[in-house]
Design a protein around this ligand. Structure first.
Ligand code: SF4
Length: 240
């Protein structure tokens, strides 16, 4: 971090509203913090909140090269609706070419190790490239999304990324709160959400879920182990 002293996380921020958490974060860190989002439901809500509050946070997204057409459509819809600049990060082309040459384009179906390698090349490395220049990042993590996220705080130190600040304004939001906000403010959202996709990732690695299934059950569904349903962006262990 560029700060000479570690920022203090006020105790009251952990029970503050999402809007108050966002304001605090952008005021403290300015251009040294960015919203990193795939523009799933949580991400579009955060973009809307930033716009309503006039908070000039950077907005960053990862284009893995394997996104669905619907994901590209929502990126464009958000850009047009809010007039914001979206920083689109791409994986290292040489690393993708070497991986695909050795293991094929759909390596992720062959083993957990190869799936993690693909996530590392297409997601984790580009994320780390942008986080190196930041003192904090804003995410759409919610405790109710999965068992791996039940302890998410609204503001926390990110031990996996040099101890920078990780801000999760929607940590305590339910699905109902999320969708009430989206409909009340007519926020553009990914069309896949209406087709049974609560969680949206790369096209070949995400399917719709059945009623009653956990939200992230459709991610890497062939692996079958819900404890591993992370790509390494937020939980380092599964990709290590
Ligand atoms: Fe590769 Fe699938 Fe991970 Fe996307 S989600 S980076 S396609 S393994």
């Amino acid at each position: 971090m560029s700060h000479t002293t570690e920022p203090v996380i006020p105790a009251e921020i952990q029970s503050a509203t999402a809007e108050a958490v966002l304001s605090w974060a952008v005021e403290i860190f300015g251009p040294r913090i960015a919203l990193v989002t795939s523009f799933a439901a949580e991400g579009v809500v955060l973009v809307d909140m930033l716009a309503r509050a006039g908070l000039p946070a950077r907005i960053v997204t990862l284009d893995t090269g394997r996104l669905s057409a619907e994901s590209y459509s929502v990126i464009e819809a958000i850009r047009e609706r809010y007039g914001v600049a979206i920083e689109v990060l791409f994986p290292n082309a040489d690393a993708v070419e070497a991986m695909v040459r050795e293991h094929g384009v759909n390596l992720f179906y062959r083993s957990v190790e190869l799936r993690r390698r693909c996530c590392a090349v297409r997601k984790v490395e580009p994320l780390e490239r942008v986080l190196v220049g930041l003192d904090g990042w804003i995410t759409g993590l919610r405790r109710s999304q999965s068992a791996t996220r039940h302890a998410v705080a609204k503001v926390e130190f990110d031990a996996d990324h040099r101890g920078i600040i990780k801000v999760n304004p929607l940590a305590d939001w339910s699905d109902d709160m999320l969708w009430s906000y989206i409909h009340a403010h007519r926020v553009p959202y990914n069309a896949l959400h209406d087709r049974g996709y609560p969680s949206i990732g790369c096209a070949p690695c995400t399917r719709a879920v059945a009623p009653g299934e956990e939200g992230r059950a459709g991610r890497w569904w062939w692996e079958g182990n819900s404890s591993a349903k992370e790509c390494g962006l937020h939980v380092r262990t599964p990709c290590s």
